[in-house]
Ligand binder design. Structure first.
Ligand code: HEM
Length: 421
């Protein structure tokens, strides 16, 4: 990866310091595919060459654990607003509460806390296990599957449909198509990509809007326990939540709660398929799964965070200007040797796994308890039934290049005689 000094005609000391402390890096963060796990290797190299870099798209990227954590926690200065709030597209698809800051954000988080608590997630336990087993039933006898498409995408999306918006899972394929178009549009042309994203966001928003309207008309006693039904009673400052805000909240859940789980499952199962000793430990002693899952979340963190400075500030002794955009690379920070010895190695016995995979500060992941249960149950149920499997060496697969890491597909294979029906 080429590192060049960021040149500027401005002789002012601030710019000189930024050039020195945030050298330009030509790392490509968006668009295209690459070898599986190449993204982590690139970010490791970037972090080893310095904690902060300016990238071609104009953002400053922070790569160390301390800087990612610090900036995520300084929510008074570093807002998670859309990149261009004046753009009507961005405003139309604002993602509440991620794009809200300050006191209103605190009110949203208080309102949502009980719906995403460990207790609320525990009530989904049986349903999560049943869904995992139903998906495994679909391919176990075949001896192979594309793990990304046949399992990792379908599992969290089915849970979203069933428990968040309260619909039967018949619409699963349509939701997966929208999810793919919004988060992984396949076109290489940026304008076409943008169009695909906007079209899918418009369609999914229209669909969710219809459901909200229907649910409003349903008598209270006939509503379910899903999150749309419950939202009918929600209030902030004594007022019901405006329709538009509810819509953007469900769009956020759709965008934040599906792909992240899919991608984390992909890297986790890729690791276990290619590290038999770790896989055998999980099979022999499922009690290690919670720790193992945390360690895999750390080493293969998928969600990198964006922020915009709303005032001039200083980070790590370096001035930053109001309006500057940032990428807080959780994927790099969680593999920082200064924080985690031998950080690139997955070690199920690691005692300090205080990772940032779910972010830090006020916007820390609202769905972390649900995500943890989804991951743990997937590891538990899968290994009871398919204990021995490997990555199929004959089928090539790739990783997508974006601030959200993920495997585009993952070909796994096993001998059906080693499985348990
Ligand atoms: C392994 C899976 C997941 C990972 C790695 C993950 C990661 C993250 C990260 C890093 C953030 C912070 C974003 C920021 O600071 O800008 C975040 C926020 C968020 N996540 Fe997750 N997430 C996961 C699963 C989920 C699930 C299952 C849901 C819900 C269904 C969810 C809902 C949210 C919401 C609503 C926010 C915004 C919170 C706020 O702004 O206050 N996430 N997530």
């Amino acid at each position: 990866m080429a590192q060049t000094e960021h040149t500027t005609n401005d002789a002012d000391g601030r710019d000189a310091l930024i050039a020195q402390r945030c050298p330009y890096s030509d790392i490509v963060l968006f668009g295209g595919d690459r070898e599986p796990l190449a993204g982590y290797a690139e970010l490791d190299t970037l972090r080893e060459s310095g904690p902060a870099h300016t990238v071609s798209s104009g953002e400053i990227i922070y790569t160390t654990y301390d800087l990612v954590q610090e900036v995520a926690q300084r929510a008074d200065v570093f807002h998670s607003k859309p990149h261009d709030p004046s753009s009507s597209e961005e405003a139309q698809f604002a993602l509440v509460p991620q794009t809200v800051d300050g006191p209103l954000h605190v009110k949203w988080r208080r309102l949502l806390a009980s719906s995403f608590s460990p207790g609320a997630v525990a009530r989904l336990e049986d349903s999560l296990r049943a869904r995992v087993n139903e998906l495994i039933d679909g391919f176990i006898d075949r001896g192979h599957c594309d793990f990304t498409h046949e399992f990792a995408l379908r599992f969290p999306t089915a849970i979203f449909l069933q428990h968040i918006i309260g619909l039967p899972v018949e619409n699963l394929d349509q939701f997966i198509a929208w999810e793919t178009d919004i988060l992984h549009p396949r076109s290489t042309d940026p304008a076409e990509q943008r169009q695909t994203v906007i079209r899918a966001q418009t369609e999914v928003t229209a669909y969710l809007s219809e459901i909200l309207e229907e649910r409003r008309k349903t008598p209270t006693e006939e509503r379910g326990t899903d999150l749309i039904s419950r939202a009918m009673e929600w209030q902030i400052d004594g007022e019901p939540i405006p329709h538009e805000d509810l819509l953007s909240f469900y769009l956020l859940l759709f965008e934040a709660g599906l792909d992240t789980v899919t991608a984390s499952l992909g890297y986790g199962f890729h690791h276990l398929a290619s590290h038999p000793a770790d896989r055998e430990r999980i099979v022999a002693d499922p009690a290690i799964i919670p720790n193992a899952a945390e360690e895999m979340l750390r080493a293969y963190s998928v969600a990198n965070i964006t922020r915009t400075a709303v005032a001039d500030a200083e980070v790590d002794g370096c001035p930053v200007k109001k309006g500057q955009r940032f990428i807080l690379s959780v994927s790099a920070g969680n593999r920082d040797e200064q924080h985690f010895p031998d950080a690139a190695t997955v070690d199920f016995d690691r005692s300090d796994i205080s990772h940032l995979a779910f972010g830090a500060g006020p916007h820390r992941c609202l769905g972390s308890h649900l995500a943890r249960r989804e991951l743990a149950i997937a590891y538990e149920e899968w290994h009871k039934r398919i204990p021995v499997y490997e990555v199929d060496p004959d089928i090539p697969f790739t990783e997508n290049r974006s601030t959200m890491m993920g495997l585009n597909s993952l070909p796994l294979k096993w001998d059906p005689s080693t499985t348990r029906k």
